[in-house]
Design a protein around this ligand. Structure first.
Ligand code: LLP
Length: 421
């Protein structure tokens, strides 16, 4: 779905004139499109069904964007949630996601968070995706205390190398994530782990922004092999998240189509699991980026130009505290002026933060822009607001939704000075 289009030389997002939008709203701000969010979720879920995936449960990775309004749109579509903290659990529930559709990942779950997840409803959450044996023992103790049975899914570390940025790769031995195969087997049958817990699933998640699916296939094969070896009547297999998007134009041919991804998952599970046992587990997915990255943009104003000999800095009012990905991972995001113009020159688009890495793009070709003109940073719906901070004591930016009736709704106010702690 094409979301950014010039009409009469003005950039429109999801049908909305961005210059109009900026008249009543102070930059910088995030804008999301309900239409795109719904489209992305629906094509993911329908793609799974089309590929013959057994009873798919899509658990949206809340860390990518926990905005309550956006999560409640997904909840209405039937989405579950992949959470990594008590805060995300609370938000998922408030947004209307039922506890029995929530998987809890993360290596550092605290006792309080485990207690919360165990007692949140009669049945508790769908599963604790357990990342260490010490964690499993603690969950079992907590379940005993509450006279409950904890639903356990082992997050397997499949020992595969995902082709992605090293900071967002998670499936190898040196990474803190997941349990090695032998630890999974070692735990089975030991009362200290299982007196009040039940093994119901097995999961893998090898990294994020995956454009090459070779490692994904390897990981799913390993998931099947280990699942069979446990001999447990697993209720589900969870293939994690990680499906990437094309941030850079050169990535558009590499971005896996949903249908291809689903076919890969489906055929691999059929061949390596379903044909080898009578057990028929359902399939869980944990997508974040693929659902929400392209449903959002970040709109900034130019503050001024600064020419330092050969370097032209275009200084904008958004900073790395609002959107970290370029400074943290050197990630590319498109930059497009709201007013269409010709005669582009090279410039560095930089924010106001006192860090050299506060740069949204070096040597970008942009037309001459002056103070007050609007510039859009593209594909910022995932890992944008959620990774933002108050660094340099800047308030968090406004978040706006273009709803399906093409009406504007403020879904998070800009943080005023009084709220800065
Ligand atoms: N499941 C687990 C267990 C995860 O750790 C993650 C992401 C996901 C699902 C969702 O992955 P996705 O489908 O969104 O790729 N801040 C980084 C990304 C960190 C991802 C962390 N885990 C970035 O901006 O690229």
């Amino acid at each position: 779905m094409s979301s950014l289009i010039y009409k009469k030389k003005i950039l429109h997002f999801s049908g909305m004139d961005l210059s109009d939008l900026a008249k009543g709203n102070k930059t910088p701000f995030f804008v999301y499109s309900e239409d795109i969010l719904v489209h992305n979720y629906t094509s993911f879920y329908e793609g799974a069904k089309k590929a013959g995936i057994r009873k798919p449960l899509v658990c949206f990775a809340m860390k990518s964007n926990p905005n309550k309004e956006l999560v409640s749109i997904l909840a209405d579509l039937g989405s579950g949630a992949d959470i990594v903290s008590g805060g995300e659990l609370k938000r998922a529930l408030e947004a209307g996601i039922p506890s029995e559709k929530i998987v809890f990942s993360g290596v550092g779950k605290t006792k309080e968070e485990i207690d919360y997840a165990l007692t949140v409803s009669k049945k508790g959450i769908f599963s604790f995706n357990v990342e260490s044996l010490e964690e499993l023992e603690l969950i079992n103790e907590c379940a005993k205390k509450h006279k409950r049975e904890a639903r356990i899914c082992f997050r397997l570390n499949p020992v595969v190398k995902a082709l992605t940025h090293k900071n967002i790769s998670t499936g190898n031995k040196t990474h803190k994530f997941g349990l090695l195969e032998k630890d999974v087997y070692d735990s089975l049958g030991k009362a200290k782990y299982w007196s009040h817990s039940k093994l119901v699933g097995l999961s893998v998640h090898i990294g994020s922004q995956l454009l090459d699916l070779k490692a994904t296939k390897k990981a799913v094969i390993k998931l099947c092999e280990v699942a069979l070896k446990t001999k447990a009547p697993l209720e589900f297999l969870d293939v994690g998240g990680g499906l990437g998007v094309d941030y850079h134009p050169s990535e558009s041919s590499k971005m896996p189509a949903i249908d291809d991804y689903m076919t890969l998952v489906s055929t691999t599970l059929e061949k390596y699991y379903y044909t080898k046992t009578d057990n028929v587990p359902r399939v869980v997915f944990e997508p974040g980026r693929r659902i929400v990255a392209k449903a959002g943009i970040f709109v900034m104003s130019v503050l001024r130009n600064k020419i330092s000999e050969k370097n032209h800095f275009l200084i904008v009012d958004g900073g790395m505290n609002d959107f970290m990905r370029p400074s943290l991972y050197g990630a590319y995001h498109g930059l497009t002026p709201v007013k269409e113009a010709k005669n582009a020159t090279n410039c560095h688009v930089v924010g106001p933060i006192c860090e050299t890495s506060d740069c949204f793009g070096s040597d970008r070709k942009l037309p001459k822009m002056s103070a007050g003109e609007l510039l859009v940073l593209e594909d910022t719906g995932a890992y944008g607001y959620s990774m933002g901070s108050n660094y340099n004591l800047r308030g968090r930016p406004l978040e706006i939704l273009i709803n399906k009736k093409k009406k504007i709704k403020t879904i998070n106010k800009a943080q005023p000075y009084e709220d800065l702690t």
